[in-house]
Design a protein around this ligand. Structure first.
Ligand code: ADP
Ligand code: MG
Length: 242
């Protein structure tokens, strides 16, 4: 029933062991917010889910497909897990519309017309109908990130992964991105979100993970962990991010 399942996952970079047996199960419709100090393994955790990083031990299954299952499984995992990065990563030579049309045409074998219809609907969903024909350089950071979200949604993922989606944005542009994410959460999208936006974690998250040193140190309800942090480390961390 789980959509993501880590079983005893081990991950190293060269001689450095990052994960020494991570276990984690995420159910459909969960909105999992991941917090923790820099270098604690948050990005690596996300990148392992869609096989952007390989693992040496254990297994990760996404909707039943294994990151160790070979090309076909990995292809399926990437179709099921949309990813949004801190640095938007839009194709600069393509308009907003073309960026969003790219995935469906390339990997879902949609016709140009189908892809265009879907892309227009998704740009409307993220509030950017008016900007469909603009190039990334003509858009604000918040607008670019909303295009990136629409682009990830266009492959019709079952799961969305966000790695610090608002960290590169000026504070006044963050809310427009968080609002789109909040709407997705309300619609029941399963999401794993690395962020320092504690208020968002409280409002939109159904589950909060606190990572440190490659371990999931706390795993619980956002309200409970944030209102009464069970460790000195979490209390200390929260004082520094808010
Ligand atoms: P976070 O996202 O929490 O800041 P990361 O997952 O990026 O942490 O990094 C976890 C650890 O793995 C850090 O010690 C980092 O230096 C190391 N690391 C991450 N990516 C690489 C890489 N490509 N090569 C070597 N070490 C890496
Ligand atoms: Mg990171």
């Amino acid at each position: 029933m789980s959509i993501v399942k880590f079983s005893n996952v081990e991950k190293s970079f060269g001689p450095h062991k990052i994960f020494n047996g991570i276990n984690l199960e995420i159910m459909p419709r969960e909105v999992v917010v991941v917090i923790g100090p820099s270098g604690s393994g948050k990005s690596t955790l996300l990148r392992c889910i869609n096989a952007l990083e390989s693992i040496e031990g254990g297994d990760i299954r996404v909707d039943g497909f294994s990151v160790k299952g070979g090309r076909n499984d990995i292809r399926n995992i990437r179709l099921e897990a949309g990813m949004v990065f801190q640095q938007f990563n839009l194709f600069p030579q393509m308009t907003a519309l073309e960026n969003v049309m790219f995935g469906p045409m390339r990997v879902r074998k949609a016709t140009r017309r189908e892809a265009r219809e879907l892309a227009l609907a998704l740009l409307e969903k993220v509030g950017l109908s008016e900007r469909a024909n603009h190039y990334p350089a003509e858009l604000s950071g918040g607008q670019q990130q909303r295009v990136a979200i629409a682009r990830a949604l266009a492959i019709r993922p079952k799961l969305m992964l966000f790695d610090e989606p608002t960290s590169a944005l000026d504070p006044e542009l963050r809310q427009e991105v968080l609002k789109v994410m909040q709407t997705l959460a309300e619609e029941g999208m399963t999401m794993v979100i690395v962020t320092h936006e504690i208020e968002f974690a409280r409002k939109a998250g159904t589950r909060l993970l606190f990572m440190e040193g490659g371990k999931i140190v706390h795993d619980g309800k956002p309200n409970e962990l944030l209102l009464s942090p069970p460790s000195e480390r979490l209390r200390d961390f929260l004082q520094h991010v808010v």
